[in-house]
Design a binder for this molecule. Structure first.
Ligand code: BES
Ligand code: MN
Ligand code: ZN
Length: 508
């Protein structure tokens, strides 16, 4: 989809479709009011007859509106003006995108980004519009022999800004929304790919392809022999049962000052999680193809970074493995030595994410990071604790946790913090090694996993996002969500903004 911003009166728009808002109950928004005056009160009359209440989810498509220069007018319900918040604004856009797709219009001019949304500015409204519309266009039909491509004539969306002065701000917001959406789409596609295609080697190829596409990105891949040499016994223990070799994938993005410490994103890349010898039950096991969504979100975020040309140094690191049972697979009871030197008694081979992450987390110490954020579909317990709306967040550094929560709120990709208290740590005691990979009971499973990781992240500021409940949707709408690319990209946008004066121009 192509996006643009425009200022100007709605009645002057020569367009295939003009989209105007109607508040509940039967009240025209400012732009609709202005248009209505020009067309002799046609809309007002319609509303008085009771054809559109203005509830969210309602709309009315009009043709041949008297005096109008546009071919169609789409009236869209916006709910009560004073209730218009983030969620409702997004619902209005989802509905608009769906209805527009079913019209024959090639382009549309939307007078919705000028609506007032509680404590949100123009940048936010435009970015959300771009993201929601892109999201509503997403299909994954790569593997269907007959594409279910509907008659899709809509090519261009024009978003209104209040005046000429706001055009640059609007254009920047469109750029950000497009970069974010491209990152989200990249992440969704990788997540949705079946596990016979999306293997550790495939993830490595995708990183290399990104580096080909964006000169600011450099890719490198460590093979099993090199990981063995380094001493990554925890990571390697997970892929022992698989015929797919493990890969440690690294992407470097260097557009910040040479001396600026890098932000490091570490993504769990289990391309399929059977549980290993601690085999999972068969119901819904197909969804364990999504166990690499953390990895995919790292790639998607770096893609967005590169597209936005952010003046930062960022490193993406992806331990990629397949967790399978087999004659060579790790057994419950095996003890392995991690890169950190700490020994681990593996009591459950299904708690594999923490085993690959711990070695990756030790490995990044040498990069002297400004902060490290790992992203992982780590525990079913996180879904029990928080449901499927927020990511679970843990951190050893409160300001970092705060910055991530704020970024999530700004990007409508929210995280919720859970405790990481010392009190929990004794649950990981082992009689035979420095620690066990699971605790002896099911209490606080998401917290116990984070406690395990925290033993490998003492040398830097670190946060952990458990995306088990948020990375994909189950049921009829099964599919990857692309989260937390918006949160992570926003976090990096915020770090870049700290470097520059507010207006974005360097002072001389
Ligand atoms: N990838 C799973 C976590 C998961 C399960 C995410 C279901 C989303 C939906 C992870 O590797 C796992 O198996 N975790 C175990 C940990 C347990 C053995 C301590 C879990 O959550 O059951
Ligand atoms: Mn598992
Ligand atoms: Zn897993």
């Amino acid at each position: 989809m192509e996006f643009a911003v425009k200022s100007g009166n709605p009645e002057k728009q020569r367009t295939a479709c003009l989209v105007l808002g109607v508040y509940e109950s039967r009240r025209l928004t400012a732009a609709a009011e202005q248009f209505d005056t020009a067309c002799g009160g046609y809309l007002g009359n319609l509303l008085r007859r009771g054809d559109l209440e203005g509830k969210i989810g309602q709309s009315l498509l009009l043709f041949n509106v008297p005096e109008a220069l546009c071919e169609r007018v789409l009236l869209v319900g916006c709910g009560r003006e004073r209730d218009l918040d983030d969620r409702r604004f997004r619902q209005i856009l989802v509905h608009t995108a769906t209805v527009l797709n079913d019209t024959g219009a090639i382009e549309a001019v939307l007078y919705l980004t000028d609506l007032g949304v509680k404590s949100r500015n123009l940048n936010w409204r435009i970015r959300q519009a771009v993201e929601v519309i892109e999201e509503s266009q997403y299909r994954f039909d790569l593997l269907k022999s007959k594409k279910d491509a509907p008659r899709r004539s809509l090519r261009k969306i024009i978003l209104s800004v209040p005046g000429r002065r706001e055009l640059p701000e609007g254009e920047q917001a469109v750029r950000e929304g497009i970069a974010m959406s491209a990152g989200v789409k990249f992440t969704k596609d990788l997540g949705n790919l079946p596990p016979n295609l999306c293997t550790p080697a495939y993830l490595a190829e995708q990183a290399q392809a990104l580096a080909q596409e964006f000169p600011a990105l450099q890719a490198s891949v460590l093979e099993e022999a090199e990981m063995e040499q380094l001493g990554m016994g925890a990571l390697l223990s997970v892929s022992r049962g698989s015929v797919q070799p493990a890969k440690l994938i690294r992407l470097d993005y260097r557009r910040g000052p040479a001396a600026a410490k890098p932000y490091v994103l570490v993504g769990k890349g289990v391309t399929f999680d059977t549980g290993g010898i601690s085999l999972k039950p068969s119901e819904g096991m197909d969804e364990m193809k999504y166990d690499m969504c953390g990895a995919a979100s790292v790639l998607g975020t770096l893609r967005a970074c590169a597209e936005l040309n952010l003046p930062l140094n960022v490193i993406g690191l992806i331990p990629a493995v397949e967790n399978m049972p087999g004659g060579r697979a790790t057994r419950p009871g095996d003890v392995v030595t991690s890169l950190s030197g700490q020994s681990i008694e593996i009591l459950n081979t299904d708690a594999e994410g923490r085993l690959i992450l711990c070695d990756a987390l030790s490995y990044v110490e040498r990069d002297e990071p400004a902060a490290v954020i790992d992203i992982a579909t780590l525990t079913g317990a996180c879904i029990i604790a928080l449901g499927r709306h927020p990511h679970g967040l843990f951190s050893n550094h409160p300001p970092l946790a705060h910055a991530l929560i704020a970024a999530g709120q700004a990007a409508y990709d929210r995280a919720w913090e859970l405790p990481l208290w010392e009190d929990y740590q004794e649950g990981l005691d082992s009689n035979f090694a420095d620690m066990a990979n699971v605790s002896g009971n099911r209490d606080g499973g998401a917290i116990m996993a984070a406690c395990f990781l925290s033993r490998f992240t003492k040398k830097y500021h670190w946060a952990h996002l458990d995306i088990a409940g948020t990375a994909w949707k189950s049921g009829k709408a099964k599919g990857a969500t692309g989260r937390p690319v918006p949160l992570l990209t926003q976090f990096l946008l915020d770090r870049a903004a700290e470097l520059e004066p507010q207006d974005g121009h360097a002072t001389h």
